[in-house]
Design a binder for this molecule. Structure first.
Ligand SMILES: *[C@@H]1O[C@H](CO)[C@@H](O)[C@H](O)[C@H]1NC(C)=O
Ligand SMILES: *[C@@H]1O[C@H](CO)[C@@H](O)[C@H](O)[C@H]1NC(C)=O
Ligand SMILES: *[C@@H]1O[C@H](CO)[C@@H](O)[C@H](O)[C@H]1NC(C)=O
Ligand SMILES: *[C@@H]1O[C@H](CO)[C@@H](O)[C@H](O)[C@H]1NC(C)=O
Ligand SMILES: *[C@@H]1O[C@H](CO)[C@@H](O)[C@H](O)[C@H]1NC(C)=O
Length: 484
């Protein structure tokens, strides 16, 4: 045996070890990056956060140029979206589809550009609460955009998908799963179209909503730690709602003849505030349980060893501007707070997540109630403040419920003041407000300091320094006046 052989064996071993390590790092867990936030971080800070944490897949709900520019050159795999309200236009006009592709895809799919892998055509367009208003546009929109992709030579690189809410199918037992009867025809066409383009089926699954909306739902069945209420379905036994739901979809797809169609989880997660079952402990247990469950590659009873190909957690950040029609929890789905701070320890499969760095906070100051004032006129101010700013934490089930009446008022004042980027007038409230430099947070209830999405600190430092400058000039004037 020559030394050369030994060296080449060593080399092979090293190469195998390195590729094994690379395979372990490659994670199928991505995140949804929604931007209906009232406090937005600069997109470049968010992309740094994703890279720092080795999050390699991100799902967007539109094609925001600021976000896509920040993702350029990052290598992060991206899903962009065509919002539901564009489906009619794109579905009825091939040239509108061409324009969308030219403007929102081709432009970014260049060397050193954005690694766009999926386009979501609509977002949950079959949601029952939309009463069918989008459903007839979906197949025409997919058809047109697919043709535009082919024309633009992007048909191989980019796959079209239609993220569906799990309410598109139903059944009490997974093996009996079927799409809602009024969707059967559309789904038959859509799934055939997706399949012929090599696209997966994308579904959003929310055991939290099952638990929240149904007092009979066994709580332990929503999580991944075993249950006293397994669902027995012939030879198959389900120990968690996620697997049961997924197999209901598998059965529904099988009924249409696509039992092998790959599945992507477009959204899944657990909120941390705004309902009693929405808290840090539960969110951590659910998300960490889910991640280890998926990465364990066990699959489900109907698809053993075949877990979903990608899973996108919902969500990266809290979005304080979302409608609370579904419930106060809607603004609290983030694994990170709006300012990129991790809410609870979480491992996406390659180590514990880390906080965002270089967050451009506004100055550390808060707006609170001046306690020495007459409070008779305060309720109108609170109503106005909370109609624009997010006060959902104050409500029953929220982390700021029970902090007391005065702290309640201060919380509302501060939320509004930060929303207004600490504009001094926004802490007036007819003389009831007071700016403080002492953090008024109460226990778990954090009084936030806003962030700026402007990557450019001169914007707010001017604002901070301006009153000070004014005071200095005035004092100097007064001194001059008095001393002459
Ligand atoms: C590109 O996407 C953006 C954001 O989703 C949208 O507002 C715009 O209308 C799209 N452009 C075209 C030409 O469709
Ligand atoms: C957190 O949520 C879980 C279930 O979702 C619930 O069992 C638990 O009581 C909640 N914890 C608190 C402190 O409310
Ligand atoms: C604080 O505000 C919340 C939401 O408006 C309300 O439910 C709660 O009763 C208030 N608490 C006090 C002490 O006023
Ligand atoms: C914005 O900030 C990020 C990091 O915080 C930096 O990488 C980037 O170059 C900045 N962009 C501009 C235009 O200043
Ligand atoms: C920073 O913000 C100021 C004021 O908003 C603006 O005049 C300036 O052009 C900005 N600079 C950059 C590099 O964006």
């Amino acid at each position: 045996m020559g030394g050369e052989d030994g060296k080449s064996i060593l080399l092979i071993v090293v190469v195998v070890l390195i590729s094994a390590a690379a395979a372990v790092v490659e994670s199928a867990i991505g995140v949804n990056w929604g931007t209906i936030a009232v406090h937005k971080l600069p997109p470049s800070t968010v992309v740094d956060l994703l890279r720092e944490n080795n999050i390699q897949k991100v799902k967007l709900f539109d094609a925001d140029p600021a976000v896509l520019s920040a993702l350029m050159g990052s290598g992060i795999e991206v899903m962009v979206g065509i919002p539901n309200d564009m489906l009619a236009a794109v579905g009825s006009s091939p040239s509108a589809a061409d324009l969308w592709v030219a403007h929102n895809l081709t432009r970014y799919m260049v060397n050193g550009g954005v690694n766009i892998k999926y386009v979501a055509v609509g977002n949950e367009p079959f949601l029952a609460s939309y009463s069918g208003q989008f459903q007839s546009y979906v197949v025409p929109a997919v058809t047109n955009v697919q043709q535009s992709l082919t024309k633009a030579n992007l048909g191989g690189a980019v796959k079209l998908v239609v993220p569906c809410n799990a309410d598109a199918y139903e059944s009490s037992l997974p093996s009996q799963g079927a799409f809602r009867p009024e969707l059967t025809q559309i789904m038959t066409q859509l799934v055939s179209l997706l399949n012929s383009n090599g696209s997966p089926f994308v579904v959003n699954i929310y055991p939290f909503l099952s638990l929240y909306g149904n007092s009979d739902f066994p709580q332990d069945y929503a999580f991944f730690e075993g249950t006293a209420h397994p669902v027995v379905d012939g030879p198959n036994v389900y120990y968690n709602a996620f697997d049961g739901n997924l197999d209901t979809l598998v059965a529904a797809l099988s009924k249409l003849g696509y039992s092998q169609m790959p599945i992507v989880i477009g959204e899944v997660g657990w909120p941390t505030d705004g309902a009693t079952s929405a808290n840090l402990t539960a969110a951590r247990a659910f998300n960490q349980g889910l991640i280890y469950h998926v990465l364990g590659n066990k699959g489900t009873p109907l698809r053993p060893g075949m877990p979903p190909i990608d899973v996108y957690l919902f969500s990266l950040f809290d979005e304080g501007g979302k409608s609370i029609l579904p419930g106060d929890f809607e603004r609290h789905w983030g694994i990170f707070s709006f300012d990129g701070q991790l809410k609870y320890p979480l491992d996406l499969g390659n180590g514990q997540l880390k906080n965002a760095r270089g967050v451009p906070y506004l100055p550390y100051r808060w707006c609170i109630l001046n306690p020495n004032k007459d409070l008779s006129a305060v309720s109108n101010h609170i109503r106005l403040a909370c109609s624009l700013a997010d006060c959902t934490r104050l409500n029953y089930g929220g982390s700021c419920n029970g902090i007391g009446e005065k702290a309640n008022i201060s919380y509302a004042f501060n939320s509004y003041y930060q929303l207004q980027k600490q504009n001094p007038q926004s802490c007036d409230f007819d003389g009831l407000g007071l700016v403080t430099f002492l953090d008024p947070s109460v226990g778990e209830c954090r009084f936030l300091v806003g962030v700026t999405d402007n990557n450019n600190s001169s914007g707010f430092s001017l604002q901070t320094k301006w009153p000070l400058t004014l005071i200095i000039i005035i004092s100097w004037g007064v001194w001059l006046f008095l001393s002459t």
